[in-house]
Design a protein around this ligand. Structure first.
Ligand SMILES: Nc1nc2c(c(=O)[nH]1)N[C@H]1C(S)=C(S)[C@@H](COP(=O)(O)O)O[C@H]1N2
Ligand SMILES: [Mo]
Length: 333
């Protein structure tokens, strides 16, 4: 059981920098093209470096317990289970997709520095026997926090290896006790246009929404992240509470969650809403199913040269393939 005072899990800059964002021109609904999730990294002409098509099962039991009180970035290992080197803290915190702030990946961190992430409540409601509103501070104490070194593969064909800290979605579901009619989880991000300049535009239909089938959410790889590299999440990475499903494209990993609803019909995600022919509900990483506008066969590892092959289910096939037995993965993209 870890104990974390709320003063420790609040990054210092939140106290120091309470700069309010200027409210700019009104919303420009629908005026912007789908830029960042619409531009893939240009594939390299040279042959991709060999990435091992490993059959190793992710050693779930080996994930060490984690705390968020490290002064310097901390990870228990320097590589993932396939031997891929971890990305650097500075890379993970300065190359972000977070359209509520900006579509400029390097602009997210500076723009989100003063974003208020504490206190933070998360409502869990809908088809559950024990609806509950959690304070994130309480979730940190209540649910065992673990380090999870996962690959993150963006649909735009770049990737990173990230040491998250978080807890299993299954742990939270056990407590709220879904009713038998509940088939899906619907996640909703915070709506705070006065602090999030991207929400003053019609870039996406705000707030950002995502969803999972309940059996996907129960898979032990599916976590809520609360930290990264042994420190509390930065706003840029979705503080204080975001979803991580490492076998799916990064856009499923919804940031700054304020609501989780158990529902009986498949939720429509923000990206399905924007372009359902390009961004489907499942979004499982699959080198055999191309995006309509680019190949998904290879990816660029941020911080490294050249391209490497993309692995089916992002290399977590053994852990998750059974969730999709009998499904046409091309039709259910
Ligand atoms: N609320 C919200 N969540 C989001 C996004 C977003 O724009 N808004 N972008 C998604 C995309 S496209 C990716 S690749 C990941 C990036 O996570 P990271 O910046 O922590 O690497 O966050 C996802 N979660
Ligand atoms: Mo992404």
């Amino acid at each position: 059981m870890i104990k974390i005072a709320s003063s420790e899990i609040t990054p210092e800059h939140i106290y120091l920098n309470r700069r309010k964002f200027m409210v700019g021109a009104g919303s420009i609904a629908g005026a912007l093209a789908l830029a960042a999730c619409g531009k893939a990294d240009a594939p390299a002409a040279s042959a991709p470096a060999a990435a091992s098509q490993s059959t190793l099962k992710t050693p779930l039991t080996a994930f060490p317990k984690a705390t968020l009180d490290h002064a310097e970035p901390y990870a228990s290992k320097a590589q993932d289970e396939l031997g891929n080197k971890l990305n650097k803290y500075d890379e993970i915190t300065n190359y972000n997709n977070y359209y509520e702030f900006t579509t400029d990946k390097e602009g997210v961190n500076p723009l989100s520095e003063g974003f208020t992430t504490t206190p933070w409540k998360v409502e869990v409601s809908g088809l559950v026997n024990n609806p509950k509103t959690y304070d994130v501070d309480d979730m940190l104490k209540k649910f065992t926090q673990e380090e999870r070194i996962y690959r993150l593969r963006c649909v735009e064909a770049w990737s990173m290896v990230i040491p998250w800290v978080g807890f299993k979605i299954a742990d939270l579901l056990k407590e709220v006790d879904p009713k038998s009619e509940a088939k899906f989880l619907k996640f909703t991000s915070v709506m705070r246009p006065e602090e999030m300049p991207g929400q003053q535009t019609g870039m996406l239909n705000w707030p950002y929404v995502e969803g999972l089938r309940i059996d996907e959410a129960m898979n032990p790889l599916a976590i809520f992240a609360t930290g990264m590299y042994g420190k509390p999440l930065l706003a840029a990475n979705g503080a204080p509470f975001r979803l991580i499903t490492p076998w799916k494209y990064g856009f499923k990993g919804i940031k700054a969650i304020v609501k989780i609803e158990l529902v009986d019909t498949q939720p429509v995600s923000a990206w399905m809403n924007a372009a359902s022919n390009e961004y489907g509900f499942y979004a499982n990483v699959n080198p055999e199913v191309d995006h309509p506008r680019w190949s998904q066969a290879t990816e660029r590892r941020v911080g490294a040269l050249g391209h490497i092959p993309t692995l089916k289910f992002n290399g977590y096939e053994q852990e998750v393939a059974s969730l999709y037995a009998g499904m046409d993965l091309k039709a259910n993209y």
